[in-house]
Design a binder for this molecule. Sequence first.
Ligand SMILES: Cc1cc2nc3c(=O)[nH]c(=O)nc-3n(C[C@H](O)[C@H](O)[C@H](O)COP(=O)(O)OP(=O)(O)OC[C@H]3O[C@@H](n4cnc5c(N)ncnc54)[C@H](O)[C@@H]3O)c2cc1C
Length: 381
Amino acid sequence: MIGFSLTDEQRALQELARDFAQNEIAPMAPELDRTGQYPYALLKQAHSLGLLNVTIEEEYGGGGLGWIESSLVGEELAAACAGVTTAANANELALTPLHLAASEEQKRKFISPIAKEGGFAAFCVTEPGAGSDVVSMRTRATKKGSEYILNGTKHFITNGDVAHLLTVFAVTDPEKKHRGLSLFAVPADLPGITRHHMGEKMGHRASDTAEIVFEDVHVPAENLLGQEGDGFRVAMETFDRTRIGIGAAGVGIARAALEASIKFAKERQQFGQPIASFEGVQFMLADMAVKIDTARLAVWFAAWQVDEKLPYAYASAIAKAYGSDVAMQVATDAVQIHGGYGYMADYKVEKYMRDAKLLQIYEGTNQIQRLIVAKALLKEK
Ligand SMILES: Cc1cc2nc3c(=O)[nH]c(=O)nc-3n(C[C@H](O)[C@H](O)[C@H](O)COP(=O)(O)OP(=O)(O)OC[C@H]3O[C@@H](n4cnc5c(N)ncnc54)[C@H](O)[C@@H]3O)c2cc1C
């Protein structure tokens, strides 16, 4: 059975997210973009409204909802400010490995303080020498008695500087390659951890991006999530879910860019008439809408696959790659429709264009998403 209508609860959540995004986030977005301030107050509000950690179990403080709901919220937040959305999504990204691999006791211990009390978490995979090639990571966790000793450097970590909890992926057995990666819940205040804010970014400036250095950090063995060797599988399963959120953010940015373009095209007069009366502009607006509506379907389909417990890696790679490509294309066209004004910071569309770019890069670049799609296509049946 195929249905595209939202339930009353889903519509109510969408409206709640839209009201909060447009009334609270949108007015702050230009200043956060200019100053790079971390949006503590907005995230606190989002947490109290139930707009954070949407897919994490309710008993540990999450929303207990599905990826459709998470996508609805993500689109609304990103239509107001992608930077705030990235900061918000970072929690779900960091808590999903615990949701997938932690024991009940670990969930109570590590997820609850974040999800119930509005704390922050960060997902730590990427290293200076290991980006797309996750398996080449060098951070080591060496077992010594009842502890693991953690050494290494993670970088480009969203929420890295503000997080209370770090979900850290490290090598426990270098001989076993991807089966030699493990994951740990690491309180961010353990001795031996230093964190540095990484320089200025093109966009998403309201989010925090940090480098984290682990020097002989003693992590209790009970902080190992799942079994030794589970790290790669859990990281990939996490991305297969959270990438849907990147697609949803792409739809949000693109929608905002289209709305701004329609308004501008109706107001801007050239050759004695609004530029919206020119077919060349109308076709651009129509193409933007075609892309946004198809991207939203791709996102909802992938989210539905997860919620229905169907295989979702292929659909989520498409949702991420297509949703973020659409955001980039639509934001670029929005700048074009605005002409010279589109290039100026006073108009919102140049921010949309800067923000869209990151969606094509993080949580697996769009080249990596295409590899996932191609691998599925070429697999022997
Ligand atoms: C603002 C920001 C926030 C981030 N947040 C986090 C976070 O919270 N946690 C975290 O762990 N990481 C995070 N990242 C890291 C992000 O996921 C990586 O930047 C991304 O995976 C790409 O890795 P890389 O930058 O090392 O690029 P590389 O892997 O070096 O890639 C460089 C180029 O080569 C291409 N390429 C690489 N391999 C292939 C291939 N096999 N086939 C075709 N093309 C290929 C890539 O597509 C890309 O175009 C963040 C990054 C940024 C910029």
